[in-house]
Design a protein. Structure first.
Length: 364
């Protein structure tokens, strides 16, 4: 009778690591079990480091200095150290080590910068040793109303030199920062997310290539008219297929903000439109239908929706939204106040499908 094996097959180790969600300290403990465990746990530990403190930046930099082979294991990198003591020696060393990390990593496809690295962020982007490997870039600034915000404003200067660096970039996400654009740039990305971004100079049409842009998501505070104007220009000069526009309300803001499509324009490329937090009424919907005649999916999430069930039925049975195949709307409307519909109010909209349009009612 053969004895049972005393050691776990090395082939099973990656399967075990994929099945569970391990804390870094657990992976460190597993790395001490045997050489095969060390091989696979190092891959998991260093695949996507998240550095939220200056000391974490220094620790990773020290590890990379001791063992150069770790460089090849890093594929995603998130560096957002908290700015709690901007004059301390630890912060100075942490920033220096963050620069060192960016200057040597050669295989990252996803990069997120934040904290002090979002202040004049172009300085840190120019340090990158292999920017051509990046597929996704995110820069997260500090919200302007953050009580822990440092004196320096989060910002990015984008010019042709930066644009030429990111030849493989597919997705760009910018949040809470001032953006200066120096034409021409024509960054060839497919997906763009802008959240509370103030374009201080230049225009998004100069920054983004019209031939590659497919998805645009904009989150605004509803106060800057320039945000919507920048978006209108993008729509006119590109072939955007998916558009998301959202207004995040802060205390004291006017809740009657309306996303106005380009009156008189007809943009055939947009097939999916999502609106959140904006004022919506039958007249606005008719403008949307005129502006986006090829719309196949419409999503509306807002308590400032002034459209009754019979209004929706009238729009869907008339000559509007003839290409629409999916509709997601609030399960109520604003009187004011906002009131959720009862079963007797919903009527024909309660069907899963109405005249070839799949309908989803959701809480606003």
């Amino acid at each position: 009778m053969s004895s049972l094996p005393t050691q776990l097959s090395a082939d099973l180790i990656p399967l075990i690591l994929e099945l569970g969600s391990f804390w870094p300290r657990d992976l460190c403990a597993l790395a001490r079990v045997s050489s095969p465990w060390r091989f696979y746990t190092r891959k998991a530990l260093y695949y996507a480091p998240t550095l939220s403190t200056y000391s974490a930046c220094s620790k990773l930099a020290d590890s990379l200095r001791r063992d150069e082979s770790l460089n090849a294991l890093i594929h995603e990198l998130d560096i957002r150290p908290a700015d709690i003591a901007p004059c301390s020696r630890a912060v100075s060393k942490g920033l220096s080590d963050a620069r060192y990390i960016l200057s040597i990593v050669e295989h990252i496809s996803t990069l997120t910068l934040g904290g002090a690295l979002a202040v004049r962020a172009e300085r840190f982007l120019h340090i990158l040793s292999r920017p051509d490997t990046l597929e996704s870039l995110t820069i997260v600034g500090t919200p302007y109303n953050d009580e822990l915000c440092s004196v320096a404003t989060s910002s990015l200067e984008f010019d042709e030199s930066l644009s030429s660096m990111f030849s493989g970039l597919q997705a760009l996400s910018l949040s809470y920062l001032d953006l200066d654009i120096f034409a021409p740039c024509s960054l060839r990305v497919a997906h763009v997310h802008l959240q509370h971004v103030d374009v201080s100079s230049g225009s998004l049409t100069d920054m983004l290539s019209a031939t590659t842009l497919e998805t645009v998501s904009v989150v605004s505070d509803g106060l800057s008219g320039d945000t919507e104007e920048q978006l209108h220009q993008l729509l006119l000069h590109s072939n955007i297929k998916k558009l998301h526009f959202e207004v995040e309300w802060n205390k004291g803001h006017d809740r009657e903000y309306t996303f106005l499509p380009l009156e008189g324009a007809s943009i055939d490329s947009v097939a999916q439109l999502s609106l959140s937090g904006t004022h919506v009424c039958p007249a606005i919907l008719k403008l949307i239908d005129q502006c986006f005649p090829a719309l196949t999916e419409l999503r509306i999430s807002s308590r400032a929706t002034f459209i009754k069930p019979q209004d929706w039925v009238s729009l869907l049975t008339g000559a509007h939204f003839t290409q629409l195949r999916a509709l997601t709307i609030p399960s109520g409307c604003c009187g004011p106040p906002y009131m959720k519909w009862g079963a007797e109010d919903v009527g024909e909209l309660g069907r899963k499908e109405f005249r070839g349009v799949a309908i989803i009612l959701q809480d606003a």
